[in-house]
Write a protein of this length. Structure first.
Length: 147
């Protein structure tokens, strides 16, 4: 996958280029079950990477351009299982993280929390982050951002 140009969704097989505007996002994803949550934010239940089923959140920057993907689940009944599943799929697709810190101590809220590592990949003008932080309870963040 050439992550520098955009993101290739496995199923449905759709390539979404970075910096696409709202009209292009809705055109590309028409008929896929995409849902508009609010201006500049859409979600889609899909298989973003082979074997990974989850929801994708498409974030459009204040300029109206697509700059971030958020990977999440409807339920986090098994946070450890979810974390491991996302991590395995991302390492399979993008290799070992560029930066990884274990989860043996408390991080500031924006970094991660006890018991889970924080991973970051820097690839071809993109940044991928994966961590758990405490926001009204534990919350998993798995995101790809155009930088």
């Amino acid at each position: 996958m050439d992550i520098s140009r955009g993101f290739q969704i496995s199923a449905p097989a759709i390539f979404v280029p970075w910096l696409a505007d709202e009209a292009e996002i809705t055109r590309l994803l028409a008929g896929s079950g995409i849902k508009k949550v609010t201006t500049g934010y859409y979600t889609l239940e899909c298989e973003p990477l082979v074997g990974l089923r989850c929801l994708l959140g498409f974030h459009l920057h204040a300029t109206g351009k697509f700059t971030e993907l958020e990977f999440f689940r409807r339920s986090y009944d098994d946070l450890k299982g979810s974390f491991g599943d996302f991590q395995r799929h991302f390492e399979s697709a993008f290799g070992e993280p560029t930066y990884k810190v274990d989860g043996s101590f408390e991080y500031p809220a924006e970094v991660g929390s006890i018991g889970f590592p924080r991973s970051e990949w820097k690839l071809s003008g993109t940044r991928i982050v994966h961590y758990i932080f405490d926001r009204f309870g534990p919350e998993e963040h798995m995101r790809i951002q155009k930088i």
